[in-house]
Each structure stands twice: as C-alpha cells, then as structure tokens.
Design a binder for this molecule. Structure first.
Ligand code: PLP
Length: 420
C-alpha cells in the first residue's frame, strides 16, 4: 500500500527519480563500518547535493574575494552573486523585498539577534514573552536570558501526551503585557507540525504581540510563505536545507528592521564613522557585521534551487510514505515506545526501546551503518515532560528510501537482541 503510494507519487512527477536523486548526493554512496551508510539524522543536518558542493568549489577556485567594498572585477562579481542569493531566499519564502532577508550564522544566531534587538526596543520590566514546551534550546535560552535581564516574565504553552501544543491555553496566556510569542513550525524531536496560521490568528486577535516562527525543521519539508503567515520573524539554518553550515536566515518585516538598533557592530554595518560617532547603514547590512559567510549564502541559494527543481509537493508525498512505512515497521517491534502521535507530523520518529538507554541503541546501530541521533535533541524540557533522558530519533529526507528503512529496522532488531 505504502509502496504503491510512493510509486504513484513518483509517477506523477518524472523529476522524482529516487535513484537519480541519490546520485546527486555523493556522501550517500559511502560505507560506514563496512556497511552502506543509512543516513537518518537529517533533523541534525542534511546532506548536500553536488550542485551545492560545486558552488563552494567554484567560489574558492574562481571567485574568492570580499563583497560590498571592492571595485575590482572579482569583488563586483561576487557581490552580485551574494545579493542574488538574498533575492533567491526572498522569493523562496515570499518576503516582500530582499531587504527583509538577513544572513546570519543559523537559526540560533537569528533568534539571538531578535532577542537582542527586539528586547532592547520593546521589552521592559513586567512584560511577558510566550514560547512553548516543545522548543529547541535555541528558542528557549535567548528568551530566558532576555527575561532575566529585563525582569520580564517567560510563559510556556504546554504540550499534551500526543506531543501537540495545548492551544486552549494560548488565549489564557496572552495579555496586553505580551510582547512576543515565539514557537517552532515543526518540532525537531517529535515531528509535530504546529498549526502556525491558526496560532497567529489567535495571537493577533487577542494581543499586539510580535510573532517569531522557528522554521529550522520546517524548511527541508515545506516552503514557508511569510506574507501569507503574516509573522514578524521567520528563522532557519542553511545546513538543514541541504545548504552549507555556518549560514542561516532571519526574515524580519521591514518595519522592525527600521526600528531595531544594531546587533553586533563593526565593518559592514555603517554608513559613516567619525572618531566621535557612527551612523549605521539601512536595511540588512546594519545587522551583518564583518565579512559574512559569502560562499554559504550562494551555496544556500543553490540548495534552494535544487529542492525547488524537485518540488515540495513530491518531496512531501515521498516523505509521508517513508514515515508511514517506518512507523508501521517500528510499531511491530516489541517494547518500542514512539513519542509524538499528532496527525500533523512529518519526517521524524522519536522512540525508545523500553529498558535500554537510547545511547546504547544508537551506538549499536552505527555498527550497522545506520546514523540516527540519540539524546535529548536540545529539547530537555520536552524530555522532562515525558520523564525520559532522551530518545532515539530517526529523521528522514527526500533522498531516503524504503530499502533504507528495512535496513534500519533489521539493524534495530539485531541491536535489541544484543542489548537485551
Ligand atoms: N530550532 C530547531 C527547531 C532546531 O531543530 C535546531 C537545530 O537542530 C535549531 C533551532 C538550532 O539550529 P542551528 O544549530 O542550526 O542554529
């Protein structure tokens, strides 16, 4: 049934030839411990297609120079390429203008930037910020720190046993003191897809709070439309979207960027500097201090071009089939507990083998060439809710196959036998 669904999905779009796609990712043909690599740690970071690797090689072979301040050919060429990359990202997420795209190091830095700039602009003693119990530490700690600094109050939307947000609580948490609500689009530990549009509608109807969406786990699986969402901030990392590490994005509505003071300062952020004072640049450059991750920016644009050429509709169908198949196979094994049973869930299965530590299972799986993640996945409050030290997390990307899931299940059964 599942294979039929997959086959159907593949037939519908001739672009989606899984074997051809896998050839685009050189790392997928390597072996680990003498076994073919089965890479199911895509939630941590995704593999890179040859087109992205080629962009990076081409940059260092033919284009390397610094951007924005040079008059020579190399500098002008790469400045154009970098600003084109900003535009590619703008169009991909449907921001109003390229100036609303700020290049950062990744999701974590994007959130820190907003916490710093928004915090200085709009948060005072007694104000409130709301996040959720399922957030990644990167969307908890900056808000905790800000609240500590400003003597503001941090509130949490709770989760239920199914790993969904208890949204009945949201109206009760909102008040005239709420300055910002930040939440993940997709949970990195559970795969739950949060009803972000519905949440935004509730927040807008009951408060004037700004809204930040952590899209780190969403962008490999869907194409966010920030104007349709009408969020204030949307953040993600390049490396989870099949692009380079060390580069990420902060989408911020232009009206916020115009009001924000600088984040880090120095070269690149300024209009004029005298010995007495500095006048800062307008737009995104004000927030991009120092020489940026130039090749990261153009590499991320190449990754976006790559996934768009496949198409998110077929990516989603394939990933849905993988998830259903893996969940069925996993549930058939004795003593497995799967965490997160939301109907709206994608590409992540977190589980434990009752009585066995997740690290032991993960370590043995590696002997069979299976790469999964074991631990708290930077969501300790979520693990505290389930009263567990962590989970084993298998996370899928569009280049994974049913055969890989079979290998994973086979290796898991052998590991359990050895550990029992
Ligand atoms: N938010 C979520 C939901 C994540 O899954 C991650 C990384 O796993 C992050 C934030 C942090 O991303 P980065 O380490 O790329 O900054």
């Amino acid at each position: 049934m599942v294979a039929e669904t997959l086959e159907g999905a593949m037939k519908q779009n001739t672009m989606f030839d899984i074997h051809k796609i896998r050839k685009d990712f050189p790392i997928l043909s390597r072996t680990v411990n003498g076994k073919p690599l089965v890479y199911l740690d895509n939630g941590a970071t995704a593999q890179k297609p040859q087109s992205v690797i080629d962009v990076l090689t081409h940059y260092y072979t033919h284009q390397n120079s610094n951007i924005h301040r040079g008059v020579h050919t190399l500098s002008r060429e790469i400045t154009i390429a970098y600003e084109e990359a900003r535009k590619t990202i703008q169009l991909h997420i449907n921001a109003k203008q390229p100036g609303e795209i700020i290049f950062t190091k990744g999701t974590t830095e994007s959130i820190n930037l907003v916490a710093h700039c928004f915090g200085n602009l709009a948060v005072s003693e007694g104000d409130e910020i709301i996040i959720t119990q399922m957030e990644h530490h990167s969307n908890i700690v900056p808000w905790q720190q800000l609240c500590k600094e400003k003597k503001a109050i941090l509130k949490y939307i709770p989760i239920n046993e199914a790993g969904e947000l208890v949204l009945d609580e949201l109206p009760k948490l909102l008040s005239s003191k709420t300055k910002l609500v930040a939440f993940t689009h997709i949970s990195n530990t559970l795969g739950t897809i949060n009803p972000v549009k519905e949440m935004i509608a509730t927040i807008r109807s009951l408060s004037k709070a700004a809204i930040l969406i952590d899209g780190a786990q969403a962008v490999p699986h869907l194409k966010p439309n920030v104007q349709d969402l009408a969020c204030d901030f949307y953040v993600f990392s390049g490396h989870k979207l099949f692009g380079p590490t060390g580069v990420g994005v902060l989408y911020a509505k232009e009206e916020w960027l115009a009001k924000f003071g600088p984040y880090q300062t120095g070269g690149g952020t300024i209009k004029t500097v005298t010995l007495e004072k500095t006048e800062f640049a307008d737009g995104p450059l004000k927030f991009e201090a120092g020489t940026p991750h130039i090749e990261g920016g153009i590499g991320l644009a190449a990754a976006i071009d790559y996934v768009n050429a496949i198409g998110f509709d077929v990516i989603q169908k394939h990933e849905e089939a993988l998830m259903t198949y893996a969940a069925e196979k996993l549930s058939a094994i004795d003593n497995i507990r799967i965490y997160g049973s939301s109907k709206h869930k994608t590409s992540v299965i977190a589980f434990n083998v009752i009585g066995i530590h997740p690290f032991d299972v993960g370590t043995l799986l590696d002997k069979y060439g299976i790469a999964v993640r074991s631990g708290h996945h930077c969501t300790q409050p979520l693990c505290q809710f389930y009263n567990i030290p962590g989970t084993i997390r298998a996370s899928f990307a569009f280049y994974n196959t049913m055969e890989e899931i079979d290998l994973f299940i086979e290796a898991l059964k052998k590991s359990i036998k050895l550990l029992s």
